[in-house]
Write a protein that binds this ligand. Structure first.
Ligand code: SF4
Length: 206
């Protein structure tokens, strides 16, 4: 069995512990295969989502594209995950916001679990941080740095490419919206006692 199969089993077990509705799909990409795009960052600067210069979780607060790339590449792999939310129709903006809020809860729960499994990780969500009603940026430090999950797009990553690379569906049917997140981790952490699965494919003693 390939390492990816073992890791998928490992992450399936991790996701099975989620209290919220879980994950629809997940896949793993070696970080060396990630493509960081200045064009995606340009969309941030053009304020396409309205969050540029408004959050500690978005550009420019998260650093330059080069700094974001270096931070991501300090990990060996990215686990990409998604969840699909039903909409009344393709213009159902409240439905999209509701899905975004639910996906934020999923990310927070993954963050809680990741602390138990990884010595070091970096969790990315979709469209910046929604933890507080109003972000403190730029007047005061982030209230909850532990819950600050920058957006995949803010890192300069095209989400549709991540989905393709991870073998996942970017679009999941009429009247649905799919949100994506990413967990950057070190390969060695999948082999610590308690995690059961080693990168070499053997069961670790627990
Ligand atoms: S946790 Fe609060 S203060 Fe920190 S980035 Fe998110 S919204 Fe802003």
């Amino acid at each position: 069995m390939k390492n990816n199969d073992l890791w998928n089993a490992f992450f399936n077990r991790l996701f099975s512990q989620l209290e919220t509705p879980g994950i629809f799909q997940h896949g793993i990409i070696p970080t060396k295969d990630l493509e960081f795009s200045a064009d995606v960052r340009k969309m941030c600067e053009d304020n396409v989502c309205g969050r540029y210069k408004k959050s500690w979780a978005c550009p420019p607060a998260i650093g330059t594209l080069e700094e974001c790339e270096a931070r991501c590449l300090s990990y060996s792999h990215m686990l990409v995950f998604n969840q699909v939310f039903a909409l009344d129709d393709s213009f159902d903006y409240p439905g999209m916001l509701n899905g975004m809020e639910q996906f934020g809860h999923i990310c927070h729960n993954i963050n809680t679990l990741a602390k138990q499994y990884f010595t070091d990780y970096f969790l990315l969500g979709n469209e910046g941080c929604n933890t507080c009603g109003t972000c403190t940026y730029p007047d005061a430090p982030c209230r909850f740095p532990d819950q600050l999950h920058p957006a995949l797009e803010g890192m300069g990553l095209y989400v549709y490419k991540l989905a393709e690379q991870a073998g996942m569906n970017y679009i999941n049917g009429k009247n649905t919206v799919t949100y994506f997140g990413g967990l950057l981790f070190h390969e060695e952490d999948t082999a610590v006692p308690g995690n059961k699965i080693t990168p070499s494919g053997e069961e670790a003693s627990v």
